[in-house]
Ligand binder design. Structure first.
Ligand SMILES: N[C@@H](CCC(=O)N[C@@H](CS)C(=O)NCC(=O)O)C(=O)O
Length: 203
């Protein structure tokens, strides 16, 4: 088994944090995004979409999509539970994971990719207006998240889950996108202080 990893990029980090929470160690191969190694012929054979992460199983099967990879490990190593405990809990975790991915991580990535000069090679064409259009979307979702985090400790309830992992990585990704969590969102700040202090956060 081998994980094609991607350094500081957010999606590979989601898988690394997930594996760290589970205490799982697997061989990794770094794909240097800065050198555009993910566009090489060799890596395109692994993932024709030219994105990281990707997991190669011993029988040659390739699994891409961070959450698909995490789900695979959740079933192999059920403890600690990170995708929910019963039908209702599993649905709530799924709902929040998707919301955080689509309404926070995605617009943050669009701000960075569309506005940062270092992303010009990767995001072709760069459309700065699209980057600007995504800034208020990030702030609107953070407000909603702040209300939710006023009701319980973690994003999807009282337990730390994969939704918190996506949330942590999204908030960390705000920095290179030159965005910041507004000071008045005290619940998001409280939650972020807790999840970013977990040992897995440094993965
Ligand atoms: N939906 C995929 C997204 C994967 C993805 O976009 N990865 C980024 C790094 S965070 C990438 O490989 N980008 C290369 C590019 O855009 O050329 C997932 O969840 O894993």
């Amino acid at each position: 088994m081998k994980l094609y990893d991607g350094g500081r990029a957010p999606n590979p980090r989601r898988v690394r944090v997930f594996l760290a929470e589970k205490g799982i160690k697997i061989p990794t191969e770094q794909v240097d995004l800065g050198a555009m190694a993910h566009r090489s012929t060799a890596y395109t054979a692994v993932n024709p979409l030219q994105r990281v992460p990707a997991l190669e199983l011993d029988d040659g099967t390739i699994i891409t999509e961070s959450i698909a990879i995490c789900r695979y490990f959740e079933l192999l190593h059920p403890q600690p539970v990170l995708f929910g405990r019963d039908p209702k809990d599993i649905a709530i975790v799924e709902m929040w994971q998707r919301r955080v991915e689509l309404h926070l991580l995605f617009p943050i990535s669009q701000v960075l990719r569309s506005l940062h000069p270092a992303m010009a090679q990767m995001e072709v064409p760069q459309v700065p207006a699209w980057g600007e259009a995504n800034k208020p979307r990030v702030m609107e979702f953070l407000k909603l998240l702040d209300e939710e985090l006023g009701k319980h400790r973690y994003i999807a309830g009282d337990n730390y889950t994969v939704a918190d992992i996506t949330g942590l990585i999204a908030v960390d990704f705000m920095k290179p996108a030159k965005l910041a969590v507004p000071d008045n969102l005290a619940n998001v700040k409280r939650w972020y202080a807790e999840v970013s202090a977990r040992p897995s956060a440094s993965a």
